[in-house]
Ligand binder design. Structure first.
Ligand code: NDP
Length: 307
C-alpha cells in the first residue's frame, strides 16, 4: 500500500506528548499529524497506545507498547491490517526498574520512604536488611524485558535463571527452563520476575499453585500484564505470609481500584504501569516507525510485525 498520511493518535499522551513524536518524524517523506478519533479515516496508518474500531479501515497500526494483547488479532487479519509493536526497546528501562524494586526490598528503602511520610526515625530490625549477591532471580519470559532484567541484575551479583517455551539457552542467563518446568524453576528463587506476554497460554500462569511453590521468603515482581497473575491468589499469598512481598506494575484492573488490599501492604511496592517510562520513549518508538516507513517504501517486510 501507499503511505501518504501517518497519524499519531492522541492516546499516546499517556506515555509522551503526541507532538514530540510527530516532530521527531517530521523528516519522513509522508505527512505526519497528531489526530483524535474524528480524524482516523483521514490517515493510512496510525501510531497508537489504544485500539479503536476505526483502525480496521486503515492499512497499518503501530502500537507504542510491546504488549498488544488489547488488539483484536483476528479482525486485523480479516481486514488485512498490518499490526506492528514496540518490542526491543524496553530492556534497560524495565531492567533498571526491576533492579530498583529488588534494591528497595533488600536495603529496606521502601520502609524509609514510608517512615519519612510520618517524620518517623525508625531503623530496620537487625536481620531485615540483606544484600543481593548470591541470591537467585528466576525471570519468566526471556525476551527484551527478560534480557534487560537479567543484564541489570547480573551486574548486581544476582544469579539469573529463565523460563521460556523453547528452552534454548539465552545469553546472560545462568540456566533456562521450559514453561512446563515453571514450578521447579521458581521453587528455590529468592526473586521471581514475570516478563512474559499475556496470551491465552499465560493467562493466570501465576496462580495459587505457583505462589505455593515459591519460597516463603521470596519476593514476586510483575512487570508484564496484570492478567498473567491471578490477583486474588497473589493477595492471599501475601496476607498469609507464604510470600515475603511483591512489586507490581501491572494489574488485572487499571488503575488499581482504591479498595484493593495491595495498596495497604507494607511489603508491596506499587507502580502505575510505568516500568518502561523514559523521557526517550518517543524517540525509541519513533525509530521503529521510521524504520518501517523506510521498509515499506523499499518493499521490504515490516520490523516487529505481529499480524
Ligand atoms: P518479547 O516478545 O521480546 O519476549 C517474550 C518472551 O516470553 C520470549 O522470551 C518468549 O520466549 C517468552 N514466552 C514464554 N512463554 C510464552 C508464551 N506462552 N507466549 C509468548 N511468549 C512466551 O516481549 P518483550 O520482552 O518486549 O515484552 C514482554 C511483555 O512485557 C509484553 O508483551 C508486555 O505485555 C509487557 N511489557 C510491560 C511493560 C511495562 O510497562 N510494565 C513494558 C513493556 C512490555 P519463547 O518464544 O522461547 O517462549
Amino acid at each position: 500500500f501507499e503511505l501518504e498520511r501517518l497519524g499519531v493518535h492522541e492516546s499516546v499522551e499517556a506515555v509522551f506528548p503526541p507532538a514530540e513524536l510527530a516532530d521527531y518524524l517530521i523528516d519522513l517523506p509522508v505527512e505526519v499529524a497528531v489526530i483524535g478519533d474524528d480524524e482516523i479515516s483521514s490517515c493510512d496508518a496510525v501510531v497508537t497506545l489504544e485500539h479503536r474500531e476505526a483502525f480496521l479501515d486503515l492499512n497499518w497500526v503501530h502500537s507504542i507498547q510491546a504488549g498488544v494483547d488489547r488488539f483484536p488479532f483476528d479482525a486485523f487479519e480479516d481486514e488485512g491490517v498490518v499490526l506492528t509493536n514496540s518490542t526491543g526497546i524496553h530492556d534497560r528501562t524495565v531492567g533498571e526498574t526491576v533492579a530498583g524494586y529488588l534494591l528497595m526490598f533488600a536495603r529496606r528503602l521502601h520502609d524509609h520512604v514510608a517512615n519519612q511520610q510520618e517524620r518517623r526515625w525508625e531503623r530496620p530490625e537487625w536481620d531485615d536488611a540483606f544484600t543481593l549477591p548470591g541470591s537467585t532471580a528466576c525471570v519468566v519470559g526471556t525476551g527484551t524485558l527478560g534480557r534487560g532484567v537479567a543484564k541489570t541484575l547480573s551486574a548486581l551479583g544476582v544469579r539469573v535463571t529463565g523460563v521460556r517455551r523453547s528452552g534454548d539457552p539465552v545469553p546472560g542467563f545462568d540456566e533456562i527452563y521450559t514453561n512446563d518446568r515453571l514450578l521447579e524453576a521458581i521453587e528455590d528463587a529468592e526473586f521471581v520476575i514475570v516478563t512474559v506476554p499475556l496470551t491465552e497460554e499465560t493467562r493466570h500462569l501465576f496462580d495459587a499453585e505457583a505462589f505455593d511453590a515459591m519460597r516463603d521468603d521470596a519476593y514476586f515482581v510483575n512487570v508484564s500484564r496484570g492478567s498473567v497473575v491471578d490477583e486474588p491468589a497473589l493477595i492471599d499469598a501475601l496476607e498469609t505470609d507464604t510470600l515475603a512481598g511483591a512489586a507490581v506494575d501491572v494489574f488485572e484492573e487499571e488503575p488499581l481500584p482504591e479498595d484493593s488490599p495491595l495498596w495497604g501492604m507494607d511489603e508491596v511496592i506499587i507502580s502505575p504501569h510505568c516500568a518502561a517510562y523514559t523521557r526517550d520513549y518517543f524517540r525509541d518508538t519513533g525509530d521503529i516507525v521510521r524504520e518501517n516507513v523506510n521498509r515499506l517504501a523499499d518493499g521490504e517486510a515490516f520490523h516487529n510485525r505481529v499480524v
